[in-house]
Write a protein that binds this ligand. Structure first.
Ligand code: 2DT
Length: 212
């Protein structure tokens, strides 16, 4: 029996390499759900607005240097500081479309050579997404898309390692989307998958935690 009180918003995460189109698709999903009358917000990690987020932002801009383990833990802390807000939003039936999450955390740090299990440990207990959409593109093709910016990780050789880490992390629950197709086609495919997930959560799917 689905009690009305179990109804909640969906936690939907978009992942992928730099320039795979995540940010564009997040904003299109947001407008689509809003137009349908759903309560929805678009989030992103790192959230650069918090104190921790500002440290991360300065690191990414190469304005500060931090040990690989230290920056990994800051990225994780940046998710922990938003965890309770995240849970209350979901319980009050707001769907969250999230641009990067723990998977970016593990993929980018393990691409530097950090141990995979060590990278996953601080993520344990964060809310598990109801849906992970992986926008799949080769590092070479992503690089062709107008080039990378100046941030720390925006280099082809490093992105190749990140792609490899994502492959290790990915499981059968992820939806792999061909991100080389036209934006509108990708959008159409994403909308369909997302709607299914939103409805399932509306019916009262229990919340769960990473990494079980
Ligand atoms: P954006 O360009 O999407 O703002 O990301 N990153 C991100 C990590 O290394 N660990 C994390 O936990 C997260 C969420 C990916 C900025 C860069 O930060 C990387 C790209």
């Amino acid at each position: 029996i689905n009690k009305e009180s179990d109804s909640r918003g969906a936690l939907i995460v978009l992942e992928g390499l730099d320039r795979c189109g995540k940010t564009t698709q997040c904003s299109r999903l947001l407008s689509h759900l809003e137009e349908l009358g759903h309560s929805v917000e678009s989030w992103r990690f790192p959230d650069r607005n918090t104190g921790v987020g500002q440290m991360i932002s300065s690191y990414l801009a190469n304005k500060s240097h931090l040990d690989d383990h230290a920056i990994h833990l800051l990225f994780s802390a940046n998710r922990w500081e938003k965890r309770s807000l995240m849970e209350s939003k979901l319980r009050s039936k707001t769907t969250l479309i999230v641009d990067r999450y723990s998977f970016s955390g593990v993929a980018f740090s393990s691409a530097k050579g950090l141990d995979l299990e060590w990278c996953k440990a601080p993520e344990k207990g964060l809310l598990a997404p109801d849906l992970v959409l992986y926008l799949d593109i080769s590092p070479e093709k992503a690089a062709e898309r107008g080039g990378y910016g100046d941030e720390r990780y925006e280099q082809l050789e490093f992105q190749k390692k990140v792609a490899q880490s994502y492959r290790t992390l990915c499981d059968s629950t992820w939806k792999i989307i061909d991100a080389t197709r036209p934006v509108e086609d990708v959008e159409k495919q994403l909308k369909q998958i997302v709607m299914e997930c939103v409805l399932t959560c509306q019916k009262g799917k229990p919340l769960s935690q990473l990494w079980e």
